[in-house]
Design a protein around this ligand. Structure first.
Ligand code: FAD
Length: 435
């Protein structure tokens, strides 16, 4: 039986929120030996969004240590030596397989136990696999997923091995869109397949999606909508050769990349902590129903003050900010000082090809498109406002400058009374700039 170790604070999960939490602990002040971060991954926390973007570029791909946290927010890069300099224990390649919140004990796959006074759960999400649904042939070689750096390495290797080959991307969300673009940039013959009537349906309106679909088509990406992969063929080596679609058609494939969503990793805590909307329920300080246990990032369902409801958010900006908020609350509680409630404005971005968009607020109510949404334009710039109950509650912008993106963020926070749809359309970005 391996021996146990005690820490005052344990951060479980070495992803984005884990990294930002540790930085905040260091900022607030921790004694050497008080804090440990435990991660299943073999590398120190890094900015996960890079994996579907620059990590897969055909030229000068991003590699660690270039994108360790916290470069994504313009902060200091936490290299592995940073942790040892600060006396913070970085425990890598260690999967926790059991958590007993009553005895404040975590147990690793190798049988090591870790006890804590305060626990911060930052386990993020895992990908949903087609084999979870029993899709025929889904465990063939070169059917790939993307969540962690090992997945990105596998995908990079497959891209190199199948140069000039055919790639099928299953899923039309942001992962599907970003990966289709980067596969195309690597000169693969790319087909995207998804069941919905347009891409990114959880955020995009039909008009917004029409722009991206045309832009992708112009770049040579084929898009098949309204159908799903129901099976895969493989050769004698077990390598995927074809994707069978529900509509009866068959696509040749050397690589299949699946991006059909994620699931928050809450299993270790089932039955021990209150859950809500698929995540671990927290208060505005990210403390769970168990005192001294906090949950941040993708796994937390927290009070979204601005909309007076509870939500779980799977975006990098929230993972950073929730981690910082939880650590401020932990340290504030110890010092007896008050910390303000989390008051998050939803923010999400994506980049692919030469495109870059940002979204702030809520995409509810009526959407009003403005600007130049012609995919053939040299520099398309367009956006959308969402209007609910007479107020402008959300804004999307493709191709915005930092100042313009700041303007739509300000608008989404302020929720000003909306002008008429025609006036909004005509005013375009001017409407946000005047807030
Ligand atoms: P993660 O960053 O996933 O970290 C969780 C960590 O916990 C991992 O290291 C995992 O190995 C570890 N872990 C889990 N269980 C255990 C265990 N039992 N024992 C030990 N360790 C464990 N968001 C955006 O807003 N914009 C983007 O452009 C964008 N791009 C993305 C691209 C990709 C490829 C992916 C996968 C996500 C992207 N996201 C993006 C979402 C964003 O990265 C996540 O919301 C964010 O990483 C969540 O942070 P987290 O700390 O909760 O989880």
């Amino acid at each position: 039986m391996a021996s146990g170790k005690h820490f005052k604070y344990i951060v479980l999960g070495g992803g984005v929120s884990g990294g930002y939490a540790v930085r905040e602990f260091a900022k607030q002040g921790v004694q050497p030996g008080e804090l440990a971060i435990i991660s299943k991954e073999a590398v120190a926390p890094y900015e996960r969004p890079a994996l579907s973007k620059a990590y897969l570029f055909p030229q000068n791909p991003a590699r660690l240590p270039g994108f360790h946290v916290c470069v994504g927010s313009g902060g200091e890069r936490l290299l592995p030596e940073w942790y040892s300099e600060k006396g913070i224990e970085l425990i890598l390649s260690t999967e926790i397989v059991k958590a007993d919140l009553a005895s404040k004990t975590l147990t690793s796959a190798a049988g090591t136990t870790f006890t804590y006074d305060t626990l911060l759960i930052a386990t993020g999400s895992s990908v949903i696999k087609l084999s979870d649904f029993g899709t025929q042939g889904a465990d063939s070689n070169n059917i790939l997923y993307l969540r962690e750096i090992d997945d990105a390495d596998n995908l990079y290797a497959a891209i190199q091995a199948k140069k000039g080959g055919k790639a099928v991307v299953v899923g039309g969300g942001y992962i599907g869109l970003e990966l289709s673009a980067v596969l195309k940039m690597n000169d693969l013959d790319v087909t995207m397949v998804f069941p919905e009537p347009w891409c990114m349906p959880r955020l995009f309106t039909a008009e917004i999606a029409a722009f991206y679909e045309s832009y992708y088509t112009n770049k040579g990406v084929k898009i098949l909508k309204g159908t799903v992969a129901v099976g895969f063929d493989a050769d004698a080596n077990g390598d995927v050769t074809a994707v069978k679609l529900k509509d009866g058609s068959v696509l040749d494939a050397d690589i299949v990349v699946v991006g059909v969503g994620g699931r928050p990793l809450t299993n270790l805590f089932k039955g021990q902590v209150a859950e809500e909307k698929g995540g671990i329920k927290t208060d505005a300080f990210f403390e769970t129903s168990v005192p001294g246990v906090y949950a941040v990032g993708d796994v937390a369902t927290f009070p979204m003050k601005i909309y007076n409801d509870e939500r779980r958010v799977e975006h990098v900006d929230h993972s950073r900010k929730s981690a910082e908020q939880a650590v401020k609350a932990i340290k504030g509680k110890e010092a007896g000082s008050a910390v303000e409630e989390y008051d998050y404005l939803p923010y999400f971005y994506s980049r692919s090809f030469d495109l870059s968009w940002q979204f702030y607020g809520d995409n509810v109510g009526d959407a009003i498109l403005f600007g130049d949404a012609d995919p053939g334009s040299a520099k398309p710039k367009f956006g959308s406002y969402w209007v609910k109950d007479g107020k402008c509650v959300g804004a999307f912008l493709e191709g915005g400058s930092p100042e313009e993106n700041a303007a739509i963020a300000k608008l989404a926070r302020a929720q000003p009374p909306a002008a008429s749809p025609d006036e909004l359309k005509a005013a375009g970005l001017q409407f946000a700039s005047k807030i």
